[in-house]
Design a protein around this ligand. Structure first.
Ligand code: NPG
Length: 377
């Protein structure tokens, strides 16, 4: 196979959310994101591949942000891919290697690898699930519940999601919004699969307070401490009965291996965008599986493009916990692809060639604030 990228178009989108989404680090009322369109020739035939970037408008979840992604992609990443394709050729599987000289910027790299892999799979006529060897046809769906104004409001929101059929509830927590809301949800729903996510809002000084959460039979506590506090997560894990899960701290298969061997993570949230792409995400799955460490697929408020790809990834055997793969309607009144819907608490894994369904051009245009096309020589 020969693959040649002709040009890459970055679509800057702003998609309104059905309700504001509050975490310990921000309140979002619209998802501002970059969707990447790669125009390529695969074995001489024109193919378009699509990807999306996990970055937010501001560097509040990780150090990446949309304007930075555009800049690093145009200034450094695309020239490297251009040089590599003049000098021996590229495939989706070698994109990561070609981009290695640039430190970090994993979300920017992930979006490009994603779109190139999509083009490659479309040309080959195989779905991402087939590519990964996935045999399941659907994955259980969990929902992430943002921080609310009051506990009664939270209970209403959780009731609504359970009525829709979600199989697991994740509550966002932060200092001042933790034990009370968790207790209230547990008392209202003694048997529901429940977990919490702090997005790095605590320090080890809060250990005694956090152990109060142990009383509520949680599946896991996600990323209570800062991104680079691996040792401190290991210490906290020793004093908490609730299993420790890492998100922000795990940025590669190597850091997953470190976290597991240090006892800092009993469970890993895999977000392809955070770790530099779906191929590194698969490597983390493999490392974790080899250690007997459970993984689940996180979410970054993906459009149908990333949601479909996440569903396929989450079909791999080590994904033994429900992911943040909800219906499109959890966040968006209108998705840019055919919406993903809940079917008895499950999301169906796409079977069409490529990573995702093609976005609807008119819907995409309606959400587009700007586009930037870069020719790749
Ligand atoms: O279902 O897509 C989803 C959202 C799940 O809570 C969720 N994501 O910290 O995991 C997180 C959070 C997030 C969203 C983080 C957007 C960064 C950006």
């Amino acid at each position: 196979m020969t693959l040649k990228i002709i040009s890459v178009t970055y679509h800057s989108l702003e998609i309104p959310l059905v309700t504001p989404f509050t975490t310990s680090f921000s309140t979002q009322t619209a998802r501002k994101m970059l969707v990447v369109e790669v125009n390529a020739e695969v074995d001489g035939t024109q193919v378009t591949g699509w990807g999306e970037c996990g970055a937010l408008a501001e560097p509040v979840y990780s150090e990446e942000y949309n304007a930075g992604v555009l800049d690093v992609s145009e200034t450094f990443l695309l020239p490297l891919l251009g040089a590599a394709q003049r000098d021996g050729g590229i495939t989706a599987e070698t994109v990561g290697k070609h981009l290695e000289p640039i430190v970090g910027h994993r979300m920017a790299k992930s979006a490009l690898e994603m779109a190139i892999l999509d083009a490659q799979l479309r040309a080959a006529g195989i779905s991402f699930a087939e590519y990964l060897g996935v045999t399941r046809d659907r994955v259980p769906s969990g929902v992430s519940v943002g921080i609310q104004d009051s506990v009664p409001r939270l209970l209403d929101v959780v009731d609504g999601y359970l009525d829709e059929g979600y199989q697991r509830i994740k509550l966002k927590i932060k200092p001042g919004w933790d034990v009370d809301p968790v207790r209230a949800v547990r008392e209202a729903h003694p048997d529901v699969a429940l977990q919490v996510d702090a997005n790095a809002a605590y320090t080890l000084v809060d250990a005694a307070h956090l152990t109060k959460l142990d009383a509520y039979d949680l599946l896991l506590i996600e990323q209570p401490l800062a991104e680079d506090d691996l040792r401190q997560h290991a210490e906290l894990a020793r004093v908490m009965r609730t299993p420790m899960c890492l998100d922000e701290s795990v940025v590669s298969a190597a850091s997953a291996a470190d976290a597991i061997s240090m006892g800092a993570a009993a469970i890993i949230n895999i977000k392809p965008s955070r770790v530099g792409g779906y191929l590194e995400a698969r490597r983390i799955h493999d490392v974790a599986s080899a250690h007997g460490t459970a993984v689940w697929c996180g979410g970054m408020l993906e459009t149908g493009i990333g949601r479909g790809a996440n569903a396929a990834l989450a079909g791999m055997p080590g994904f033994t916990l429900p992911g943040d793969i909800s219906a499109s309607s959890r966040f968006y009144a209108q998705d840019i692809t055919t919406p993903f819907v809940l079917e008895d608490g499950f999301i169906r894994i796409p079977t069409a060639p490529g990573l995702c369904e093609l976005p609807n051009e008119d819907t995409l245009a309606g959400f587009t604030k700007a586009t930037r096309t870069v020719k790749v020589g």
